[in-house]
Design a protein around this ligand. Structure first.
Ligand code: URA
Length: 224
């Protein structure tokens, strides 16, 4: 019966396989029922990208298009993200892209499904998947796209507007950067603001491209 909690499955740490490679994690996450979001969503949208990607981008949660397709960042925000990566000289196929929460949370308004921000409990329930992805990929640089990802990774004091665009040391990678979520650019009130926010986003991404070039010959360190 929808709304009952006794249809929930085991918590995520019990689903993470003993030798958590990305294919094993993706397979295990398909069956995830650790929080109620699985009930309304079409499917789990797990992260995607090369197993040893140097950069991991972390968004908030799949949107309507991602929920249907089963892939992260393939809707309007994903297109803007891809174009911005290209402009900054970062090849999308070389990076790992995931979300803090792996199921789409929404409310229905007529035929539309409107994105709803995940709450602390949903984020906490899902977070071990992200930890397992970090452990499997071991990226040099992690980029939090927007406040939900930034606060999930770095704590509630992080402010995207104040802290964006800088590479800071982290326990789970060589460096972490916070920047805006591409959806926030799409929501800009007018074309001029949208253009300037997009330029600022690409500027942040160029910092990552430069750091990758500089670190290209350095060995990767183990973290966490
Ligand atoms: N927004 C996100 O945070 N993630 C997606 O995959 C799509 C939109």
């Amino acid at each position: 019966m929808p709304g009952r909690d006794d249809d929930l499955g085991p918590p995520v740490p019990e689903l993470v396989p003993a030798r958590p490679t990305l294919p094993r994690l993706r397979l295990a996450a398909r069956e995830c029922r650790a929080c109620h979001l699985y009930r309304e969503a079409t499917q789990t949208v797990f992260g995607e990208g090369p197993a040893r990607a140097e950069v991991m981008f972390v968004g908030e949660q799949p949107g309507d298009a991602e929920d249907r397709a089963g892939h992260p960042f393939v809707g309007p925000a994903g297109r803007l993200f891809q174009e911005s990566l290209e402009e900054a000289g970062i090849d999308r196929s070389a990076v790992y892209i995931t979300n803090v929460v792996k199921h789409f949370k929404f409310i229905r308004r007529g035929k539309r499904r409107i994105h709803k921000k995940p709450n602390a409990e949903e984020i906490r329930a899902c977070f071990p998947w992200l930890e397992a992805e970090l452990g499997a990929v071991k990226p040099r640089i992690v980029v939090a796209l927007g406040a939900v990802a930034a606060q999930a990774l770095l704590g509630s004091k992080v402010r995207v507007t104040k802290d964006r665009g800088r590479l800071n040391p982290a326990s789970f990678a060589d460096a972490v950067m916070v920047t805006v979520h591409p959806s926030s650019i799409l929501r800009a009130p007018d074309d001029e603001t949208r253009r300037s926010e997009r330029r600022a986003f690409v500027r942040d991404l160029r910092v990552i491209a430069k750091a990758l070039r500089e670190r290209a010959n350095e060995p990767r360190r183990a973290h966490g």
